[in-house]
Design a protein around this ligand. Sequence first.
Ligand code: DLZ
Length: 172
Amino acid sequence: MASSLQNLSEYNPGNIPAGDAMLIGVVVSAWNPAITHALYDGCLSTLLQHGVKEENIFTIQVPGSFELPVGARMLSHKHSQLDAVICLGCVIKGETKHDEYINSSVASGLTSLSIAYNKPFVFGVLTPDNEQQAMDRAGGKYGNKGVEAAVTALRMAALRKELTKEKGRIGF
Ligand code: DLZ
């Protein structure tokens, strides 16, 4: 498993597109707040480090991870110029299968939104077996998934800009 071998938040900052012209939405789940707030801290500091202006980061909170897709959609409607929307949550396995239902619903919801809007809706959701695994990935020994989500958003937003920018017309 990759996470047992490396800190997944390690990356080369020189390879990340500049965020100075980007508008980014962030949706944060209120369940397991110590974890999701740590994810948000990592995400926010990464966006700022790569030049995204504070006034161009639009953050909302939703009650739980299940609400991330609809929160992301509502945020996208309010700010239609967003280049990417990052969704942060933590669903810890319990006695029942709630985690499986929530996680697969969030994953398919964000996939559908990405395709429908032709923009990245980033899955920054931890799916751990227990709280320790969550802490290890929210600023602990395996890095911070919020950092990775921010890097993914910048990369995908830049790719979208590149692929959708107007081409010079040839001929007529
Ligand atoms: C209900 C629930 C449970 C049991 N566990 C979590 C969790 O670990 N992480 C999380 O983000 N949300 C959890 N929720 C709440 C659901 O995501 C959702 O908010 C409620 O079912 C209401 O739709």
